[in-house]
Ligand binder design. Structure first.
Ligand code: UT7
Length: 324
């Protein structure tokens, strides 16, 4: 038995933040941002709009697309690094909002790679008998963004994407996933403050520790190398060649990362789904947002081989192959 994606959904806030607006906030330019990242604009959640709100909207849409009701769900996983609060899990709030009273619920913390990790857990749960798992990637990155740091504030955006995973006896669905992590490189991307190491205090606010810090250039190089390696592993284990891939849906961090990975793999850019130009880097939400868009605009069709790959803080990375 395999698990397959039964329905998809997404939600992005209405408020658009353009590069021109960022030019008025920090020393940057529209040209630099577009040329170095590929980003034109991103969405920003309303003040006080929590992660669970974005996640619930995307989840509701995925359930409708799967033609299931909330009471069918066995498990809800929310991949996020910007949950409503340290506890309870944002997934429990989504469970309540949806009225999914039968469902177990927890969050998955693997930053930008979180959706791929959560999808892997959903796949395993379905293989042990679950009928429906809701996997959501949802982020309000704007609340962990230091809006005075031009190295990071031009990159991120808010949004949520969701898929419902269930069983199938056909030879479709999730074919293989490979996940990796290297905690030795934890310092490369981090939000140092706000947890047990540097708990909430005036000192940590003054020193901007609850905000994202990233060594961008180092991250860039590792991202290209590890995503390529993970994709090659998945292709080898499934015995699928790169030419047989119909669509590539990578985590959306930087257009130059996607170009470099595509080039190394021999995958033309017209097979790569891109949303970062309009949404920026939405962390765990980027892949399910791109999947939902590709399903709705007909770019993903039945029978296609869809490759996904992600990279993020941890460091974490991985890849997966889905037969639609
Ligand atoms: O999703 C999680 C994973 N995250 C990523 O994968 C992000 C990966 N990294 C990147 O996307 C890129 O490294 C960045 C977009 C963050 C930076 O691009 P880069 O080509 O690696 O630039 P850099 O960090 O080497 O900086 C080049 C120059 C520096 O100036 P100097 O020191 O050469 O004078 C920066 O200060 O660009 C400067 N710079 C900027 N200039 C204008 C950095 N940010 C900006 C900015 N506007 N926003």
């Amino acid at each position: 038995m395999n698990s397959q994606i039964l329905g998809t959904g997404s939600y992005v806030p209405d408020q658009v933040l353009t590069n021109a607006e960022l030019e008025r906030m920090v020393e940057t330019s529209d040209v630099w941002i577009r040329e170095r990242t590929g980003i034109r604009e991103r969405r920003i959640a309303k003040s006080g709009q929590p992660c669970s709100d974005l996640a619930t909207r995307a989840g509701r849409q995925a359930l409708a697309a799967a033609k299931l009701s909330a009471s069918d769900l066995d498990l809800i996983l929310v991949a996020t690094c910007t949950g409503d609060s340290p506890l309870p899990a944002t997934a429990c709030l989504v469970q309540h909002h949806l009225g999914a009273t039968r469902a177990a619920a927890c969050d998955v913390g693997a930053a930008c790679c979180g959706f791929l990790y959560a999808l892997t857990i959903a796949d395993a749960y379905v293989r042990t008998g679950a009928r429906a798992v809701l996997v959501i990637g949802a982020e309000v990155m704007s609340v962990i963004t230091d809006w005075t740091d031009r190295n990071t504030c031009v990159l991120f955006g808010d949004g949520a994407g969701a898929v419902v995973v269930g069983p199938t006896n056909d030879d479709v669905g999730i074919q293989a996933v490979r996940l990796h992590a290297n905690g030795q490189l934890a310092h490369v991307i981090e939000v140092p403050g706000g947890g047990s190491r540097y708990p909430a205090s005036e000192h940590i606010i003054q020193n901007k520790l609850p905000y994202i810090k990233m060594r961008g250039n180092e991250t860039f190089k590792i991202a290209v190398k590890t995503m390529e390696e993970a994709v090659r592993e998945v292709l080898a284990v499934t015995n699928v060649s790169i030419e047989q891939i119909d669509l590539f849906i990578p985590h959306q961090a930087n257009i130059r990362i996607l170009q470099a990975v595509g080039q190394r793999l021999g995958l033309p850019m017209n097979k790569t789904v891109i949303n970062l130009d309009r949404l920026g880097n939405t962390s765990a939400a980027s892949i399910p947002l791109a999947i939902d868009e590709a399903v709705r605009n007909g770019r993903i069709r039945k029978g296609m081989r869809v490759l996904i790959a992600a990279f993020g803080a941890g460091l974490t990375w991985g890849a997966g192959l889905i037969r639609w």
